[in-house]
Design a protein around this ligand. Structure first.
Ligand SMILES: [Zn+2]
Length: 118
């Protein structure tokens, strides 16, 4: 289930960020603010024993587009599943209210209509 992607495939989530680099040599031009070239990094969270850790991974320039697509697809699938879950909750709420006599059949039908056109 892709909604669980952050647990099962954390490397398909997160964000790709372009960063400039400091090499760390004290006399280098980058120490004075003239940073080196851009590199791409993938930031994502991984869960370990109930705790979340931020991971940073270097991404080859040629792999950036593909990785962004994978992340987008994972996010879209997650949003779809979240929508379905929301619809399901709304429907069950309407059904509960109807069964308890708190809304009329017409009101319940409005809920069903709203769910179907969500
Ligand atoms: Zn440097």
């Amino acid at each position: 289930m892709s909604y669980q992607a952050r647990f099962t495939k954390p490397e398909h989530t997160g964000i790709v960020i372009k960063e400039q680099v400091k090499c760390g040599k004290p006399n280098c031009r980058c120490a004075n603010g003239k940073l080196h070239k851009w590199y791409f990094y993938h930031y994502f969270r991984v869960s370990n024993k109930g705790k979340w850790f931020l991971k940073k991974k270097y991404v080859q320039k040629g792999k950036v587009k593909e990785l962004k697509q994978v992340i987008n697809k994972t996010k879209e699938a997650k949003d779809r599943e979240k929508n379905e879950a929301d619809k399901q909750r709304l429907y069950l709420l309407g059904l509960k209210l109807f069964k308890e006599g708190l809304i009329t059949k017409e009101e319940f039908e409005k809920v069903v209509y709203a769910v179907n056109n969500y």
